[in-house]
Design a protein around this ligand. Structure first.
Ligand code: TIU
Length: 220
């Protein structure tokens, strides 16, 4: 056991039971012409965290600890896309529509790929998820159980949507969750701040938050 300096108090890391989970660092959320921009967002905020996500990934790899990547995406025939998700709001392009990086948020399309700087390497698990949470309609829970992982460090986007949803799913399933503050981002800075505050409030009701440097120092 090694303590990671965190809020609201130290995170009691168990190096043989911990994994990094990188949520949805995909071109569709970070580049013009993708899903994020189709919703009306300024996507330039997302690419700014790439160096911090990268050094977190590299730190876990160097320490021999598991790195798991997720991708929000749907089947080409849209059979896993509820109409309530596709038809929500008034985006410039809907999920499944043809955009400049291929079909929006569809598995295998160029825009759905993970950013090249953060691409998975051989042996790393990639979870394709149709929901905002990474446990919904995926085998993530089975994979973690099989590997005896009980603690998850979170990075990725967006803080208050897919990251927070997955942290809440994980917390209810009994995992201890730690969010890496500089390695997550929102299209709305105030939502990132609020999500971090609500996660660690009430004695870490959803989980802990910590700085990337403090996580790396503890696991190296
Ligand atoms: N729109 C938004 O903030 N997020 C998403 O739709 N997906 C993820 O957070 N990955």
């Amino acid at each position: 056991m090694v303590d990671i300096k965190a809020q609201p108090f130290a995170f009691p890391a168990k190096p043989d039971q911990i994994a990094l989970i990188v949520i949805d660092m995909q071109r569709d959320f970070a580049e013009p012409g993708g899903f994020g921009e189709s919703l009306g967002n300024d996507v330039s905020r997302i690419t700014k965290i790439v160096p911090d996500v990268k050094r977190l990934i590299e730190g876990f790899r160097k320490a021999g600890l598991p790195v798991i990547h997720t991708m929000e995406c749907h089947r080409p025939d849209l059979s896993d896309l509820p109409p309530a998700k596709r038809d929500r709001g008034n985006p410039s392009l809907r999920i499944g529509d043809e955009g400049p990086m291929g079909r929006i948020l569809i598995a295998g399309e160029p825009g759905t790929a993970i950013l090249p700087d953060l691409a998975p390497i051989n042996g790393e698990i990639v979870i394709e998820k149709p929901g905002k949470g990474a446990f919904y309609a995926t085998d993530l829970g089975d994979i973690l159980k099989q590997r005896c992982i009980t603690q998850l460090v979170f990075a990725g986007v967006t803080t208050e949507v897919c990251v927070q949803t997955t942290m809440r799913e994980a917390n209810d399933r009994g995992y201890e969750c730690l969010l890496a503050e500089e390695a997550t981002e929102s299209y709305f800075p105030e939502f990132k701040t609020a999500a971090i505050a609500m996660i660690r409030a009430q004695g870490a009701i959803v989980g802990w938050t910590a700085h990337v440097d403090d996580i790396l120092e503890a696991i190296h």
